[in-house]
Design a protein around this ligand. Structure first.
Ligand code: SF4
Ligand code: SF4
Length: 181
């Protein structure tokens, strides 16, 4: 029984001598291949070459520090609450006396994790943060062989200390982070 009327009988014609030689088809195919040699390549030699990012590109997250190198995150949990993918988990801790140069606020994130396999890079965590402590940069999560490699802990996310590694700090901030102090 026919479900649609789109099927049609294919006519099987015997091949001509010209077609049996195959050479014309081979030359036609090679001509098409060679014509592409002189066209501009759509591919690039990544990672040596990189395409410019769109101004609205959202990549890997960064946990921010202030100019004195103190962690800005106060473990309020708003980013985790705003995250539609439930990709963020954290544990809060109280700042002890003598730790004022490490943490800006009285509470800080002792543990902070983002599951990059869940993350959809929507940027809502950045929007929700009242402390300007998290934002999405213009780098993307590199490939990995194991699922565990996509769980980014606090040490992976924390931006380098500007006092100890000013170059690393500026590089991690990138273009998007320049306006964020
Ligand atoms: S970018 Fe979106 S999905 Fe990813 S951690 Fe932030 S809020 Fe969640
Ligand atoms: S990153 Fe921002 S929103 Fe998330 S816990 Fe830290 S201070 Fe709160």
């Amino acid at each position: 029984m026919q479900l649609t009327k789109r099927s049609k009988q294919v006519e099987r014609k015997p091949m001509t001598i010209w077609e049996m030689l195959y050479l014309p088809s081979i030359f036609k195919g090679m001509a098409i291949t060679f014509s592409h040699l002189f066209k501009k390549r759509p591919t690039i030699n990544y990672p040596e070459e990189q395409r410019p990012f769109s101004a609205v590109f959202r990549g890997l997250h960064i946990l921010n520090r202030d100019e004195e190198g103190r962690e800005k995150c106060t473990a309020c949990g708003l980013c985790a609450l705003a995250c539609p993918a439930e990709a963020i988990t954290m544990e809060a801790a109280e700042r002890q006396s003598g730790e004022e140069d490490l943490y800006k606020e009285e509470k800080y994130a002792a543990k902070y994790e983002i599951n990059m396999l869940r993350c959809i890079f929507c940027g809502l965590c950045e929007e929700a943060c009242p402390k300007d402590a998290i934002y999405l940069t213009q780098t993307f999560a590199p490939a990995n062989y194991g699922r565990k490699g996509f769980i980014y802990g606090k040490n992976d996310l924390l931006i380098p200390d500007p006092n100890k590694d000013p170059e690393g700090f500026a590089k991690a901030k990138g273009e998007l982070g320049k306006e964020k102090k």
